[in-house]
Design a protein around this ligand. Structure first.
Ligand SMILES: O=P(O)(O)OC[C@H]1O[C@H](O[C@H]2O[C@H](CO)[C@@H](O)[C@H](O)[C@H]2O)[C@H](O)[C@@H](O)[C@@H]1O
Length: 246
């Protein structure tokens, strides 16, 4: 089902990779186009600041990709959260250093597999070697097995080990307890299985998930691609700005 345009009663949570930025061959090559930043900025203003980015990337990378915007944000699937001038983070999980060394040895032995290091999580990217998916999964399972409180998560051509408590759903619930999000109807837009927790949280709180692209989803609404999302953001901002001018 197509999403209705946003009203002043809504707040918006936006995933980054695959939602605001096209998927690229490597993490550092992904870009948010200027037109998309422009629409996100307009909507952030029109919703009185009730718009946040909720991504698997660290907040430092969210800021770099969206510069000069500096938005409320949850990074590393909610392990870090910035709202109202305050940044909070979960403790760095025990064992991450050992897991990193094991995964680095694995990546060194498998050309085309890339290890991405974050403060709270580690990713093995296998976009250049899709046939290695099952052994990437096994390597990560073995490396993480001795440590409690961690979970594995599959994304787009990536396997990640992260704290169990870090979910996009938990991030949405945390934002919704704070101004200017509290009391509004949440909408969560994302493209990946890692966004399903965010869709479910938005729906539990009386709002809706908005899936970008194809694939099975719990989201009630869907748009075909990033270009369709940009048009919907622009039309929502137009409507809100017109209502404000009346
Ligand atoms: O929650 P998101 O904002 O969607 O972030 C999810 C992961 O995105 C990045 O990896 C993905 O995008 C890369 C660039 O397009 C692509 O090369 C990779 O295959 C994708 O998995 C990022 O590197 C991860 O840290 C994020 O968790």
């Amino acid at each position: 089902m197509l999403p209705p345009l946003l009203s002043k009663r809504h707040c918006l949570f936006l995933d980054l990779d695959g939602t605001l930025a096209q998927i690229a061959a490597r993490p550092e090559l992904a870009r948010v186009e200027g037109e998309m930043k422009h629409e996100v900025a307009r909507l952030h203003g029109a919703l009185d600041g009730a718009l946040a980015i909720v991504s698997g990337r660290p907040i430092s990378q969210i800021d770099a990709m969206l510069a000069p915007l500096h938005l409320p944000a949850a990074g590393v699937h909610g392990a870090e959260r910035r709202a109202g001038g305050t940044t909070e983070a979960l403790p760095v999980p025990e064992g991450l250093g050992d897991i990193e060394r094991a995964l680095q040895r694995f990546a060194d032995r498998h050309e085309g597999v890339l290890l991405e290091k974050k403060a709270h999580a580690l990713c093995l990217h296998f976009r250049a070697r899709p046939e290695l998916e099952s052994i990437v999964h096994k390597a990560m399972e073995e490396a993480a097995a001795p440590y409690a409180g961690l979970t594995l998560m599959k994304g787009k051509m990536v396997m990640e080990v992260k704290p169990q408590a870090a979910t996009k759903g938990a991030a949405v619930h945390a934002f919704m307890a704070l101004s200017p999000f509290a009391g509004r109807i949440p909408v969560f837009a994302g493209d990946d299985v890692t966004d399903e927790d965010g869709f479910k949280a938005a729906q539990e709180l009386g709002g809706a998930g908005l899936k970008i692209g194809s694939g099975k989803t719990a989201a009630a609404w869907r748009l075909d691609d990033i270009a369709a999302l940009r048009r919907w953001l622009a039309q929502s901002a137009d409507g809100l700005e017109k209502a404000e001018a009346r």
